[in-house]
Design a binder for this molecule. Sequence first.
Ligand code: NAI
Ligand code: MG
Length: 498
Amino acid sequence: MTKDKRELARRQDKAPIATAWDYAPAPEARDIVKIQERYGLFIGGKFVEPASGERYTTIDPAREEPLAEVAQAGKADVDRAVRAARDAFANGWSTLRPSERAKYLFRIARLLQERSREFAVLESINGGKPIRESRDVDVPLAAAHFFYYAGWADKLEYAFPNRKPRPVGVAGQIIPWNFPLLMLAWKIAPALAAGNTVVLKPAETTPLSALLFCDVLRQAELPPGVVNIVTGDGLTGAELVSHPDVNKIAFTGSTEVGKAIQKTLAGTGKRLTLELGGKAANIIFDDAPLDQAVEGIVNGIYFNQGHVCCAGSRLLVEESIYETVIAKLKRRMATLRVGDPLDKNTDVGAINSKQQLDKISALVQSGVDEGAEIYQPPCKLPERGYWFVPTVFTNVAQSYRIAQEEIFGPVLSVLTFRTPDEAIEKANNTPYGLSAGVWTEKGSRILAMAQRLRAGVVWANTYNRFDPAAPFGGYKESGFGREGGRHGLEPYVVLDDA
Ligand code: NAI
Ligand code: MG
């Protein structure tokens, strides 16, 4: 045997191992974004001082540096925002010609495209996600959502044939920090298309893209009060939920807070949609195209540092291909570049907050303590900032916390199965039901699996793929209601008989 052949036999694979992949730094310029020193609340079409008088500092999680002072809205502020939204609803927006509403939404979509670089850089600075993702995923998808729902605005009677759709009223919308601008778009676009007005609360760690979005609203000349943005933490969110003049609440975030909101709203007649956590199974059968599947596994769990409610955080591999898949996966993980979110070569950016980093670290420790086998590729992390090395756990029992709880970080737990029935049973063995992935060459198997998986979204031979036309949402503790597509309009319309 020649030396090379011995080497190949040793590696048990013909693909070359990436050894020294050195990339020159390729940082995106930060100065395209002007961050103000302090921000007020966006109410009635302009920035106002918070009556609460309170502010807090929002930071760059990759550098642990302060970025701006942001208002912490109190009860009186939330009330002012809801009144502005009610005025706008009653005095024009809800009765505006639908094609006129569409015009504003189209304008917003185009402005987001025009200013996409600015938004992408800001999103990466404030949230820690790689610029490659904010530039190629978050911002284009946010614009696409506005385009998509702009198209529905004057066709609602076709969306709901033989019914007379009318708007619900004032919508209170609360969003998380993992996709700040995209979640804003998911919430605001369908609400406005259907003639509602909005009070939106961004997550406390990532308010800046929502505050920049207020400038887009100004450019689009959206009538004052149609969209109001109140920043603050969970207390602000709770004020919005319990405000008596809000007709509908839309929430994306933790299952814990979702449950609390549902309790508060019980019996009030207010409408509610909840998009909560997940612990999705990504299922790989032995006939799957393995190299593609490995890309799908990596994209499924390491995309956006794993801060993804539909992340493929439980890998279910058919036993016969287990060794091969794990070997390929580990080799692929070694090529992931962790670091500066603004570097165009970065694959995995900063963890969003100290709090989230602590949560991830604690759950990973529990995996080690319970007896799972941990693998982390060699990886040099920046000295400052919040970072976590992409991690995979093998030897995982279904009862371990890392197989049951949402980690919301770059941590994958691997389980195996022998038959499709066993795969289904394990996949569904969770309180959640948001998403799943199936990798196989057989179309019939894809359909059979999709039918039996209790998950709102099932991806086949792909993962984490989004389209504004496709409804998204959960079963069980992942919440209820759908966002995206025609289904995404339903929570925002009252249907009378025609
Ligand atoms: P969270 O659910 O506390 O925060 C989400 C949003 O809800 C934020 O805007 C927050 O200010 C607001 N909020 C908090 N308490 C509230 C209350 N009582 N009433 C109304 N609004 C309230 O989530 P957090 O603490 O940021 O993250 C904790 C865990 O939740 C994460 O580790 C992750 O597992 C999960 N999570 C899931 C998300 C998803 O997309 N499904 C998004 C964010 C977090
Ligand atoms: Mg919380």
